[in-house]
Design a protein around this ligand. Structure first.
Ligand code: DSN
Length: 415
């Protein structure tokens, strides 16, 4: 892979692109929301479809010349419908947040009530944080995880729902390591007459592969992103029953977006086809097995995992019990110096702040794409724990950096 065309016209940007490729090849991408797409997806995303305006939907565009845009978007829709068993899929949202925005815009009036998980307990900005438009346009109440177990507090959610009487209940999370009981949340939504939006942004690939229960056919609306546990390039999707199709389509365009990013829609089509292959199910199973191996190793080193472990692709470590004087930000910085890239993260019962949180979140989607197995994940877990134990020790960081280099060389990216 090279950027010869860019280099010929713009060396400064070529330097940055090549620097980023080198960074991805030589470090461990453990941000739970990141992955490495195939060269086929990269090729589709850098295609001439970036030149094309295609406002509207296949067969109903506001511009001429949409023959191939229609073909690509129809393929993406059909493949997504097959992958998720959804009656209707809109593949145009630019991201998971835009997908959520479309559902709120379709089903809510300003001032309507949304019940969602608190950000520090694993929720997402677009579920109602005051800094996000959702927190400003709608009335928000938030449920939490059980402080003892770290699992969702379904009973607390039920009580809150009866008291608050929401118009929408949001499930699906950004830093929650356990299976979600979609039916149980749907029962709460039915009980109080609310719509149920299941945001599977983090676990889209696990759901597609059948290694995590699917909310499709259970929740009224399911939103996802296409670049985390599924490798279809950056973007979002909305899924719903046929009865809501027109409302959702109108809320994506013209409600919230203009022209679709057709090159990204092409990437989604290619990535969805890859996810329909049997190999993708093996990949998703390995992603979960790797997360369990990582979590067990960190726990063996005395680190405290929120909920005690994981059922999915991520682990959330609360540093306070084992390392009360180390913040998530300090751990993140020391780990990056050793070539391990993850993020400091808030944890349930957070006593610091989002800028200086008490935890770290680590995921396995990208390393699994590179071919890492459980044995290698145990080595990675050992490396993470050693750096967290001694974030200021340059010798430890240098030793771990050497191990990271060897792991990367054994699992090359974009050969
Ligand atoms: N920023 C993503 C994450 O890391 O979870 C979610 O949007």
């Amino acid at each position: 892979m090279n950027h010869d065309q860019v280099r010929a016209s713009d060396p400064a940007v070529a330097d940055a692109l090549e620097g980023e490729l080198h960074r991805q090849e030589t470090t461990l991408a453990m941000i739970a929301s990141e992955n490495h797409v195939s060269e086929a997806v990269l090729d589709a995303q850098s295609s001439v479809l970036t030149n094309k305006y295609a406002e509207g939907y296949p067969g109903e565009r506001y511009y001429g010349g949409c023959t191939y845009a229609d073909e690509v978007e129809t393929l993406a829709i059909e493949r997504a419908e097959e992958l998720f068993g959804a009656e209707h899929v809109n593949v145009q949202p630019h991201s998971g947040t835009q997908a959520n925005q479309a559902v709120y815009f379709a089903m809510c009036e300003p001032g309507d009530k949304i019940l969602s998980l608190d950000l520090t307990h694993g929720g997402h900005l677009s579920h109602g944080h005051p800094a996000n438009f959702v927190g400003q346009f709608y009335e928000i109440e938030q449920y939490e995880v059980d402080p003892e177990t770290g699992y969702l507090d379904y009973e607390g959610m039920t009580d809150l729902a009866r008291e608050f009487d929401p118009d929408v209940i949001v499930s699906g999370y950004s830093a929650y390591p356990r299976e979600v009981e979609w039916e149980r949340i749907q029962e709460v939504a039915d009980d109080v007459g609310a719509y149920h939006l299941a945001d599977i942004a983090h676990i889209t690939g696990l759901v597609a592969a059948g290694v995590h229960d699917s909310p499709v056919g259970v929740a009224d609306f399911v939103t996802g992103s296409t670049h985390k546990t599924i490798r279809a390039g950056r973007g979002g999707i909305v899924m719903c029953d046929a009865e809501y199709a027109d409302d959702i389509d109108a809320a994506v365009f013209p409600g919230g977006q203009g022209g679709p990013l057709m090159h990204n829609v092409a990437g989604k089509a290619v990535g969805f086809a890859e996810a329909l292959e049997p190999e993708f199910q093996r990949y998703a199973e390995q992603t979960v097995a790797n997360a369990k191996a990582l979590g067990e190793t960190l726990a063996d080193h005395g680190l405290s995992l929120v909920s005690g472990g994981t059922d999915n692709h991520l682990v959330l470590v609360d540093l306070r019990p084992s390392h009360p004087d180390t913040t998530g930000g300090e751990a993140e910085e020391a780990l990056e110096a050793a070539g391990i890239v993850l993020n400091g993260n808030t944890v349930p019962g957070e006593t610091r702040s989002a800028f200086n949180p008490s935890g770290i979140r680590a995921g396995t989607p990208a390393l699994t794409t590179r071919g890492f197995d459980e044995a290698e994940m145990r080595t990675v877990g050992d490396c993470v724990a050693r750096v967290v134990d001694a974030p200021d020790d340059e010798d430890v960081i240098a030793e771990v950096a050497d191990e990271v280099e060897a792991l990367c060389a054994a699992n090359p990216l974009y050969e």
